[in-house]
Design a protein around this ligand. Sequence first.
Ligand SMILES: [Zn+2]
Ligand SMILES: [Zn+2]
Length: 273
Amino acid sequence: MDITLLGTGSPIPDPNRAGPSTLVRAGEQVILCDAGRGVVMRLAGAFAGPAALSAILVTHLHSDHLTDLNDVITTRWIMSNESAPVTIYGPVGLDFVVTKMMEMLSLDVGYRIAHHDDLNEPPAVTVVEVAPGDSFLIGDVTVRVGATNHQPVEPTVAFRLEHEGTSVVLGGDGIPCSALDELCAGATAYVQTVLRDDIVKLFPLPRFQDILDYHSTVEQAAQTATKAGVKTLILTHYVPGIGPGQEEEWRAIAATHFSGDIVLGDDLTSVSI
Ligand SMILES: [Zn+2]
Ligand SMILES: [Zn+2]
C-alpha cells in the first residue's frame, strides 16, 4: 500500500502547499481522500489523473477538504474516452453538496456536450452517504467508517482502508476521541491532520484561536498513534505550514509521544507501508 500526501496545506493560502488531500494506492485500487485546493495538479504530480481514480472518500464537508472536488469530477469526465462513473463516499450532507455542485457545473456540462460529438452524457457521479460502523468494498480494499470529533462540525468521519493485511486510517480533522482510537487500533499507518498549538497561540486573532479546540495537536496525534499501537504516523494539513527546515522540529515533537515511524513533509511526500 502506498500513501501520498497530495496536499499538506490548510485553508491558509500557501504557494507550496495544496489543500488537504491524500492518495492511497492498494493493489489495483487508487483511492482519493478529500479534494482540497489544487488536488488535480497534485494528482498529476503523483502520476494519477482523476480518470485513474477508483473512488473518492470525503471525511467532512469543510470547504478546504472539497473545494476542488468539482475539478476532479469535470477533469475525469472530459479526460475519459468512455463514461467513467465514480462513487464518492462521505458523511450525511455530501449528497446535498454534490447535487448543488453538479448544478453549478450544469452550464459547462451543456457547453461540452453540445460541442463534442463523442460526449453525450453528463459526468456519472454516485454519492454514498456513510455513517460510523458502516463498511464497504472498493475493489478488494475493505473500507471501515468511524466517527471523529471535529465539533461543531457534524457529522464527520474517518476511514480505515484494509488490503492484504495492511491498513491505513485516514483520520481527517478533529481532536482525539475513543471512536478514533478504536478505528486506529492495530492499524499499520494513521494519517492525521494537525496543528501546532504553541505557534497558533502566538497570533492573537480570535478567528485563528478558534481552530485550537477542534484540531489535533502534533502531540495529540502522536498520543493517539501510541494508544492504538500503529506502526507509522503520517502528519498532514499543517497549521501553520511547516517552514523551510522545520521538519525535524515537528518530527521531534511527535517523537516525544510516539516511538514508531513518523512521516511528514512537502506535498507529494509518499510512503509505502
Ligand atoms: Zn475541518
Ligand atoms: Zn481542514
